[in-house]
Design a protein. Sequence first.
Length: 276
Amino acid sequence: MLKKSAISLISYDWEYLPASIASYYEYVDEIVLGLDKNKTSWSGNKFKINENDLFPALKKIDRDNKINVIEGDFYKSKIAIENDNYERNYLKSHCSYDWIFSFDADEVLLNAHEFFSNFLPITEGYYKNHDYLMTWATPFKEIGDKTLIIADEDGTPFLTETQGVITHKNNTFTYARWTENSKIPGKLITTPLIALHYSLCRKKDDLHQKIHNIGHSDLVEKDPFFDLWNQVTLENYSQAQNFKTSGMGPQWPRLVAVPTEGLKDVYLAHQHKVYR
């Protein structure tokens, strides 16, 4: 089996990172983390991390000394996506192996064992010339003991949005985790991997911070999504239909409420929708 390098980021949502790394730690051979030495986001805003919380948590996970933190100046341009691309390519250049797995801090893999143990061994022959995709399972908002999740018309979890997750070291990230392969027919491989993506499902202030600091913040800042998210409650969520406002990716049909405690099981019960 080919050796694997994973890259990820330490930034404003650092609190999510330990759980993310724990979900794939045993399956990769090294983990390269990027941290801007000036604590500056891709959008040029300052952020803080609690080093007394984060680094002991990472040390506890890192029983095999796989984690390497690379500090650098990743705010090079006034265009956020250019800084996003630069940091990911910089981290990739510091990886020891050719198979590059790129995860963000707010992604927790739901079916890592199935993916790494069953799917990858029979497809690794494609790795030099193809990129691999994972599917995002995107909870929308946690309210009390319930979580609102984006769902299809039939009420089952919405499992349609994909994201590049694996590429070859020789490829270049040209838009966040998408490489030049994303524009070439036949170069993207669908996989059964599902990541629980906490992009939206976070505290109000944390979501506001993310919107203003992500790689495509120039697009998201103009999106009325945050106001919509803020107004959704357990009393009115059923009124949100075809409510995605960004115009990026597939439309979101509706919301349904599920018990927060069983969130992962809800998605896993429908993982067949991703890869049949």
